[in-house]
Design a protein around this ligand. Structure first.
Ligand code: NAD
Ligand code: FE2
Length: 405
């Protein structure tokens, strides 16, 4: 049966490949920019990535200022500080440089510069009234796909939860993905962000069908739409690449082939999830990430196999395919025994091989916290909607948390 019409969205343009960062000056010129405000952190300044970004902009005749105050899992106050610094500089272009945290900080600065208010005013789906301040994003991790996505995630410190702003206006005008910028990425960040990319692809590939999505509550305008063939194709390619290259990138950060393939995989994962949707893994990670100290990627990686088991009831064929793709073309016949459980075990093994925690209690989560987490996750209705098996109560989610505890 034909699907109802779907649409596909990305960054305005994507420049991909080793040394792509050298083209940022040309990109700024095409956008007619003269004053460029780079939003990044002290680590990327120290390792020289900020300078690699600044130099081509200067060469193109731009005046450049660098803000280095970004922090992981961005607290709202950091976004406020970056906004104030940007206002003082009066740029005509923002550059979000770093992992998802810095790119998302830049996205939220772009929202507030264009539409005023506070970052917390813009939480939710499709609430941004028009284009945001001109923005270029440059990832230095291979994971989030924020450079092409419609999402910006930050920590609402007062409410102790990670929150998201979603809007097609949040897709950057230009995404510059230079795999060489990820070479200095520490092992743990490589592992955590890499398994985030896998989570994006698996959640997009197993998401509710587009047609069914349209029938589900809460309705209304949304960025996510359920799965469609284009997003599924990209998710498939992402899963295969992660299966072949994530472990290599973690084991040897200077493995340029692995870095390049993971950078591509992450962008594919971003394209897939930001059209089809992420789902229960992400919904369950947000309360965990807000309450204890864990990176978004590690939290997702921990929860992923448990949610796969929950979703397998309605996505058994897809889970088997995921197992085959992760096992890879040559290994598949020898090592992959097939079946849903086999697929989940491959994800568990990968998680273990790259050092992702396997139980919530390892992160300092107590059993008493779980019911509150389940209520918060169940409250994220837009992610309940995209999950193939739609939880009917917080109790169902609590069971998954208990298994993961
Ligand atoms: N907007 C989206 O679409 C989207 C999607 C998924 C996740 N996220 C969000 O992204 C954030 C996680 O992003 P992340 O996994 O990319 O990590 P991150 O941005 O939090 O970075 C983690 C650490 O790695 C360091 N780092 C990054 N690149 C480096 C490099 N090349 N060399 C040395 N150090 C480097 C950073 O300085 C930082 O300290 C979370 O807040 C998550 O919720 C956003
Ligand atoms: Fe994610």
């Amino acid at each position: 049966m034909a699907q109802a019409p779907w649409s596909f969205h990305s960054a305005g343009s994507l420049i991909f490949g080793n040394h792509a960062i050298e083209q940022i000056g040309d990109a700024a010129m095409r956008l007619r920019a003269k004053r460029v405000f780079i939003i990044t952190d002290t680590t990327l300044e120290k390792v020289g990535v900020a300078e690699q970004t600044r130099a081509p902009l200067m060469k193109a005749g731009c005046t450049v200022e660098i803000f280095t105050g970004c922090l992981p899992e961005p607290p709202a106050d950091v976004i406020r500080a970056a906004t104030a610094a940007a206002k003082a500089f009066q740029p005509d272009l923002l550059v979000g440089l770093g992992g998802g945290s810095n790119m998302d900080t830049a996205k939220l600065v772009a929202v507030v510069l264009a539409h005023g208010g506070d970052p917390t005013d813009w939480v939710g789906d499709c609430r941004i009234p028009g284009p945001v301040f001109p923005l270029v994003c440059v990832p230095t991790t291979a994971g989030t796909g924020s450079e092409v996505s419609a999402a910006a995630v930050f920590t609402d410190t007062a409410k102790q939860i990670k929150v998201s702003t979603l809007s097609q206006f949040l897709r950057p005008l230009v995404a510059i993905v230079d795999p060489l910028l990820t070479v200095g990425c520490p092992k743990q960040v490589t592992a955590d962000s890499g398994i985030d990319a896998l989570t994006h692809a698996i959640e997009a590939f197993t998401a509710v069908d587009h047609d069914e999505f349209l029938q589900r509550p809460p309705g209304g305008e949304t960025v996510y739409q359920g799965r469609n063939t284009m997003a599924s194709g990209m998710a498939t390619e992402c899963i295969m690449l992660v299966g072949q290259y994530l472990k290599r990138a973690v084991q040897d950060g200077s493995d340029l082939e692995a870095r390049e393939k993971m950078a591509y995989a992450a962008t594919l994962g971003g394209l897939a999830f930001s059209n089809a949707g992420v789902a229960l893994v992400h919904a369950m990670e947000y309360p965990v990430g807000g309450a204890v100290h864990v990176s978004h990627g590690a939290g997702n990686g921990l929860l992923l196999p448990y949610v796969m088991r929950y979703n397998a009831a309605v996505r058994a064929d897809e889970m088997r395919s995921i197992g085959l793709w992760l096992a890879g073309p040559s290994a598949a016949l020898q090592t992959f025994q097939g079946g849903v459980e086999g697929a989940i075990q491959i994800v568990e093994k990968l998680r273990e091989d790259i050092g992702i925690p396997t139980k919530l209690r390892q992160l300092g989560v107590t059993e008493e916290m779980l019911p509150g987490f389940a209520d918060k996750a169940f409250g994220i209705k837009r992610l309940m909607r995209t999950n193939p098996r739609m939880p009917q109560s917080a109790e169902e989610i609590l069971e998954v948390y208990r298994a993961a505890w």
